[in-house]
Design a protein around this ligand. Structure first.
Ligand SMILES: [Zn+2]
Length: 364
C-alpha cells in the first residue's frame, strides 16, 4: 500500500517535474536531480524510471532551443529598462537593455512605424511625428523585448511656416537665406526644377541651413502639367530626382502650381495625382496666409507686409505663401519685416519638416 502510494506520489512528482521542465526550459541541474530521485526509489517504480528517462531526453530537447552551441552555453535573455517612453518630435532617447544570466548575443533594433519613430542600431530612439510606435530589440539567440514610444503633439499654435514658391531665384534666394540665417528662422522652399537646374549648390545651401525642400513641379507650365495625371507626375518626378541627386534629401511635401483648387486641373487629374503621391508618402500643402505677391496687382512693400500680418484665415498654424523667383525682388525685405512682427507676437518659425497639423488642401 505504502509502496503503491509512494509509486503514485513519485509518478505525480515526476510528471509534474516533466511538465514544469518542459514548459519553463529549466537547467540541466533539475533534470539530473529528477533522475537521481527516481533511481533511489527501487524496483517498484522501475516503470516510472523509464518514464523519467523519457522525461530526461525531452528536457534536453527543450534545452537545445536555448542552448545553441552546446549544452553548457546558455544565452542571456534581454529586457528593456523602460517599457514606455514619451517624447516630443525631434527629441531623442537611448533605450538601455538589461541582460539576464548567460552569454550576451548580438542585438538588432526595429521600429513598428518609421514615420513616427526611428531607432538606430545602438538603440537611440528619435521621435519624428506624433503617434505611437513600438520599438523592439532582438537578440541573435531569439529573445526579444519591446517598448512603446509615444510621440506627443507639440503645441504649434504659435508656429509660423514661411514658404517660398517658384525658386530658387539666383538673385533673390541667396539674399533671403541670409535674412533667415540672421534671425535663425527656418522656412520651406517649393522648388521649380527648371529653376534649380544648374544651381544645385543653392539647393545644398538651403539644406545646410536647415530649411525644408519641397516640390512645385519642374516646368510650372499649367497647360503641360495639367493635361493629364501622367504628364503631371512625369514633370514632378524630374524635380524629385534633381533634389535627391543634388542633396540626398527625399522631399515629403508638394504644392500644385496655382494651388490645389486651380481651374486648369480637372478633379480627375487631381485625384489621380493625389492617390499616387499619397502612396509615395507625400503631403499636399496649400497655404492659409499670403502677402499676395503672386497677384498681378502692383503691391507696395508696405501692402505686402500688412497682407502677411493680417491674411491668416485660420486652419491651424500660419502657412504663409511668398515667392522667391527672380522677379520677386521685394521678398527678402518683406520677409524680414514679417519675421520681426511674428517674433514680437511670440511665434516660432519652422520648416515643414516640423509640421504636425493636417494636410492643408483648398479642395478635399
Ligand atoms: Zn508657383
Amino acid at each position: 500500500m505504502f509502496r503503491k502510494f509512494l509509486a503514485a506520489t513519485m509518478l505525480c512528482s515526476i510528471i509534474f517535474t516533466s511538465t514544469a521542465v518542459t514548459a519553463a526550459a529549466q537547467t540541466t541541474d533539475s533534470v539530473q536531480k529528477t533522475g537521481t530521485t527516481t533511481v533511489s526509489t527501487g524496483s517498484a517504480i522501475a516503470a516510472t524510471g523509464s518514464s523519467v528517462a523519457v522525461t530526461g531526453s525531452a528536457v534536453v530537447t527543450t534545452g537545445s532551443s536555448v542552448v545553441t552551441t552546446g549544452p553548457s552555453v546558455v544565452y542571456a535573455k534581454v529586457k528593456l529598462k523602460k517599457k514606455s517612453i514619451k517624447l516630443y518630435p525631434e527629441e531623442t532617447y537611448r533605450l538601455s537593455v538589461k541582460w539576464g544570466k548567460g552569454k550576451h548575443s548580438k542585438l538588432t533594433w526595429s521600429s513598428s512605424n518609421t514615420r513616427i519613430v526611428k531607432v538606430s542600431k545602438h538603440g537611440n530612439v528619435r521621435a519624428l511625428y506624433p503617434g505611437k510606435a513600438k520599438v523592439t530589440v532582438k537578440t541573435a539567440s531569439g529573445s526579444k523585448a519591446t517598448a512603446t514610444v509615444t510621440v506627443k503633439k507639440p503645441d504649434m499654435s504659435k508656429a509660423v511656416y514661411l514658404t517660398f514658391d517658384d525658386g530658387p531665384g539666383t538673385k533673390i534666394t541667396p539674399k533671403l537665406l541670409s535674412i533667415l540665417k540672421k534671425y535663425n528662422v527656418k522656412a520651406t522652399f517649393f522648388i521649380v526644377g527648371s529653376q534649380a537646374k544648374g544651381h544645385e549648390a543653392l539647393l545644398r545651401r538651403i539644406v545646410k541651413d536647415g530649411h525644408t525642400l519641397a516640390i512645385h513641379t519642374y516646368t510650372h507650365d499649367y497647360r503641360k502639367i495639367y493635361s493629364s495625371s501622367k504628364a503631371y507626375l512625369e514633370d514632378f518626378n524630374k524635380t524629385e530626382k534633381l533634389i535627391k541627386d543634388a542633396t540626398g534629401v527625399q522631399p515629403r511635401y508638394f504644392r500644385f502650381p496655382g494651388g490645389g483648387n486651380n481651374h486648369y486641373m480637372s478633379s480627375k487629374i487631381r485625384s489621380e495625382v493625389l492617390k499616387e503621391l499619397h502612396a509615395r508618402g507625400y503631403t499636399e500643402m496649400d497655404w492659409n496666409a499670403t502677402t499676395g505677391d503672386a497677384a498681378p496687382t502692383y503691391y507696395s512693400a508696405d501692402k505686402l507686409i500688412s497682407n502677411g500680418k493680417n491674411s491668416h484665415w485660420g486652419r491651424g498654424s500660419v502657412v504663409m505663401l511668398q515667392h522667391d523667383s527672380n522677379a520677386k525682388y521685394r521678398t527678402p525685405a518683406v520677409t524680414e519685416a514679417l519675421i520681426k512682427y511674428y517674433k514680437s507676437k511670440g511665434c516660432t518659425f519652422y520648416g515643414l519638416d516640423q509640421y504636425y497639423g493636417d494636410e492643408l488642401c483648398f479642395k478635399k
